[in-house]
Design a protein around this ligand. Structure first.
Ligand code: SF4
Length: 491
């Protein structure tokens, strides 16, 4: 097999014509022809023009990519569509509106798929090291024969980076997205690659993001990166960011599973920007993975994290609860910049922390998060025992698992808080305890604003939630939302 081409192109800001030109040139040089059903999957984990400006693939970028695609349709092409599931509990309709996608999609007469409103379809996995035998994905992902993967170029606090491979986290419905979103997150990302291989990757590296997932610091790179092989593309992006691709677990695991090369000799870097020049532009980017205990140093919060129940011996749950609390405080900070001055002191506990006593400050609440948390020690001199209720991976049935939406999570959080109110500690269960539940618990016990009621988001959020649930109800009643399961495998 020849070397895998990866293109690095120069652009001057979000110039739609130039983005269309370089994406189109990459396609032509690689000899790509559109299939019958073209689906663009970008990254819109969260979006807002002022609160979350740099978390998502920009609408101008989508405009350029759709322009390149629509000018290359063949007589075979039946559909060009855009699809995504943004961060869970937020309706994707809300994220699309905030990102400014709707006029762009309309301009190119593309179809829209909000993945949580599509039928979840089971796909059988075959990889030897897979976590599960099957996985669910929205039906449009299974139907497409030309997937265009359009992530945002960002470093990432849970996985080091998020480029083409990690962007596949958004191809699952709410019920299944959080399954294995724990210390096995990197393996989960590798499993997701089995669903479909991209026909084209175009990365929005015009303004990259550094540090955080939802509120990254912007880094102007003025680059568009294109290719087909996701490992080769991600390895090149790692090099641009000054990060050794071997050190990024999900990229390395995908390469070990035979999905593509990491080594420079197997990658043919093309385009009009030299790798060294791209690296120079990305010099500010660093790997942002920080354990939760260090993350909250010098703030009014304290955190400790013991090991999760991983038989391979991980000492930290990088893909689970500890990362969720970091994102949760970032969300609060976006709405309340002086959140650390306002929030009541809290002591957050994750993983196995047996044998550690805790002495709290005045008004400080101890909060245990996650099914796997274990504690046997004293809180202010009084013995407290928390047993693990963690369910092993192979005992979780993904066919029966149900999603919890924001209304459900809000009610659950307030009930948990009410029952725990007289005590000095509270245990919030889940594996993982999602970002949304962390946001809610911090608002309740930290006595800060519940961001979901902020006037800047509440009305559009409420409206899109109603529309999305109305559509889902209609589809469920007409049998178009039921899960499509595969027949049992014969042995
Ligand atoms: S409960 Fe949370 S910290 Fe524990 S294994 Fe699950 S995701 Fe990780």
């Amino acid at each position: 097999m020849g070397r895998h081409p990866v293109y690095i192109w120069n652009v001057e800001g979000y110039d739609v014509d130039r983005i269309r030109e370089v994406v189109g040139r990459s396609m032509d040089e690689m000899g790509l022809r559109l299939g019958k059903r073209v689906l663009v999957k970008h990254n819109t984990v969260i979006s807002h023009p002022t609160l979350f400006r740099h978390a998502f693939t920009r609408s101008e970028f989508l405009d350029g990519v759709l322009g390149a695609l629509t000018s290359r349709v063949s007589s075979e092409t039946m559909e060009i569509a855009v699809g995504e599931r943004c961060g869970i509990t937020i309706p994707t309709r809300f994220a699309f509106r905030n990102a400014g996608y709707l006029p762009v999609i309309e301009k190119h007469q593309a179809k829209t798929y909000y993945f949580e409103e599509e039928r979840p379809t089971e796909v059988r996995l075959r990889g030897k090291e897979r976590l599960r035998d099957a996985i669910y994905t929205p039906e449009p992902m299974v139907r497409t024969d030309f997937l265009v993967n359009c992530p945002k170029f960002k470093s990432h606090p849970w996985t080091g980076v998020t480029f083409a491979l990690k962007n596949f986290i958004g191809i699952q419905d709410d019920a299944h997205r959080l399954v294995d979103h724990d210390f096995a997150l990197n393996e989960k990302i590798a499993d997701l690659q089995e669903i479909v291989s991209p026909s084209l990757i175009a990365i929005d590296a015009v303004i990259g993001g550094m540090g955080r997932m939802l509120v990254p610091e912007p880094v102007t790179l003025n680059l568009v990166i294109c290719g087909v092989n996701p490992v080769a593309v991600d390895a090149t992006c790692c090099r641009i960011a000054g990060i050794d691709p071997e050190s990024i677990d999900h990229v390395r695991i995908c390469s070990e599973r035979g999905l593509g090369p990491l080594d420079e000799a197997s990658i043919d870097v093309r385009g009009d920007v030299e790798l060294e020049e791209a690296q120079d532009r990305a010099r500010a980017i660093t790997n942002p993975m920080t354990p939760v205990s260090r993350f909250f140093e010098a703030t009014s919060l304290k955190a400790r994290a013991g090991p999760p129940p991983d038989e391979k011996g991980s000492d930290y749950c990088w893909g689970g609860c500890p990362g969720c609390v970091q994102e949760a405080i970032d969300i609060h900070k976006a709405f309340t910049p002086d959140v650390y001055q306002r929030i009541q002191p809290m002591h957050l506990v994750y993983g196995d922390c047996r044998g550690q006593d805790i002495t709290t400050r005045r008004g400080e609440r101890v909060m245990f998060f996650g099914d796997c948390v274990r504690f046997d020690g004293k809180i202010n001199g009084k013995r407290v025992v928390i047993e693990s209720s963690y369910v092993e991976r192979h005992r979780k049935d993904t066919h029966t698992i149900r999603a919890e939406d924001l209304v459900h999570k809000t009610i659950k959080s307030y009930v948990t808080a009410f029952l725990a109110w007289p005590r000095s500690w509270v245990h919030v269960k889940g594996c993982p305890v999602s970002v949304a539940e962390h946001v809610l618990m911090m608002a309740i016990f930290g006595r800060i604003k519940n961001v979901y009621f902020d006037p800047r988001v509440v009305f559009m959020f409420g409206w899109t939630w109603l529309v999305s649930n109305g559509v889902r109800l209609g589809r469920w009643l007409t049998g178009r939302l039921g899960r499509k399961r595969l027949p049992a495998r014969s042995h």
